[in-house]
Ligand binder design. Structure first.
Ligand code: NAD
Ligand code: TYD
Length: 337
């Protein structure tokens, strides 16, 4: 089996390649990645795969990378809600370009080549804010941020290739993911790395927003099983079953690191902030999926990884790009706090 993993140098993609190496050693893996700010070849350290640097929006790069592949797993995306809100046209446009147009380019090539499975990795954010209850796959898509809307658009493009051209598309909708190699712009790695350096932890609004959290290797397992055992044309929620308030998680991180709770700073909320995401993931349980890691163990493991791998995250955080992002996103907020 030869598979293409787009976005494989990012956070979940590289954890997926790591899971495949452990669980499906017979698979040959090709990674196609543009190496945006979020992609790092180092994330694939100690893993054997063929690496193609290129853009999923570039038909030639896609054609080269997909050569001989039987399954395509599309992880490539602009993935950070805050960046999609920053008001910089280049940045916001990149979400639509990669997360929608890129899916079209991949689907076209997959259709031409007659691939056996096309897995579109999506997110629970496509369901929008979920005040109560749990999202099921048949719920309407009601995205509210430019990121979530782009991901919903990508799903619909992929689905249209199933309906119109019979491309065997399977969609996964995963919940908030955390673990090693996550870029320190997302809640958990940002708070862990700030806390290690005794910097303030910027909690948006009242911190009472809730997410369902899943460890990266569990999310990767759900995606692999959906790809192998799922039914074309269907979507599968991949949940972790760990609903937590942001406030609770940040407090737990400080406790694990032995740092004072006074580092928490309530700052101006994110615009249009969804209060809650929550998944019903009974459907994928029917394919034999169950999360293997408890939230508490996985959080401890993740915090330990960030303590050990300061070489990894300091190289990112010390860079001019990150410093610029951090200043734009947090300087004023922290000053007003
Ligand atoms: P990430 O930002 O860490 O990684 C994205 C990767 O895609 C990077 O390696 C980047 O270089 C690459 N990439 C971006 N644009 C590209 C392009 N045009 N061509 C080729 N490569 C490109 O993201 P992540 O957190 O690992 O998320 C992976 C996927 O999972 C995304 O599709 C995201 O929407 C989805 N997802 C993420 C979460 C989460 O909590 N992080 C939850 C559910 C679903
Ligand atoms: P994030 O990791 O950006 O994921 P998403 O927005 O896709 O759910 O954020 C998770 C939650 O944490 C979300 O409710 C926003 C909140 N958050 C903060 O309070 N402060 C921060 O600095 C960040 C990055 C997120």
């Amino acid at each position: 089996m030869k598979i293409l993993v787009t976005g494989g140098a990012g956070f979940i993609g590289s954890n997926f390649v790591r899971l495949v190496a452990a669980e499906r050693p017979e698979f040959r893996v090709v990674v196609l990645d543009k190496l945006t700010y979020a992609g790092r070849v180092q994330n694939l350290e100690n893993l054997s795969c063929e690496f193609v640097e290129g853009d999923i929006c570039d038909p030639q790069a896609v054609s080269r990378a997909m050569e001989g592949c039987e399954m395509v797993f599309n992880f490539a995306a602009e993935s950070h809600v805050d960046r999609s809100l920053m008001g910089d046209p280049d940045l916001a446009g990149a979400f639509v370009q990669t997360d929608v147009y890129g899916v079209y380019v991949l689907c076209e090539e997959a259709k031409k080549r007659g691939v056996e499975r096309f897995i579109q990795v999506s997110t629970d954010e496509v369901y929008g804010d979920v005040e109560s209850g749990y999202s099921v796959e048949s719920d309407p898509l009601a995205p509210r941020s430019p990121y979530a809307a782009s991901k919903a658009g990508g799903e619909l493009i992929a689905r249209s290739y199933f309906v119109s051209h019979g491309l065997p598309v399977i969609t996964t909708r995963g919940s908030n993911t955390f673990g090693p190699y996550q870029f320190p712009e997302k809640l958990i790695p940002l708070m862990v790395t700030n806390a290690i350096d005794d910097k303030p932890l910027p909690l948006y609004g009242d911190g009472m927003q809730r997410r369902d959290w899943i460890f990266a290797l569990d999310h990767a397992l759900g995606i692999l099983l959906a790809g192998e055992r799922g039914k074309p044309g269907e979507a599968y929620n991949v949940g972790g079953g760990n609903e937590r308030y942001n406030k609770e998680i940040v407090a737990q991180i400080l406790q694990l690191l032995g740092k004072p709770q006074s580092l928490i700073k309530h700052v101006e909320d994110r615009a249009g902030h969804d209060r809650r995401y929550a998944l019903n993931f009974e459907k994928i349980k029917g394919l034999g999926y169950a999360p293997r890691h408890s939230f508490e163990d996985a959080l401890r493991e993740t915090v330990a990884w960030f303590q050990e791998r300061q070489d990894w995250w300091r190289a990112i955080r010390d860079g001019a790009d990150y410093q610029d992002f951090y200043r734009r996103q947090y300087a004023q907020r922290l000053q007003n706090a």
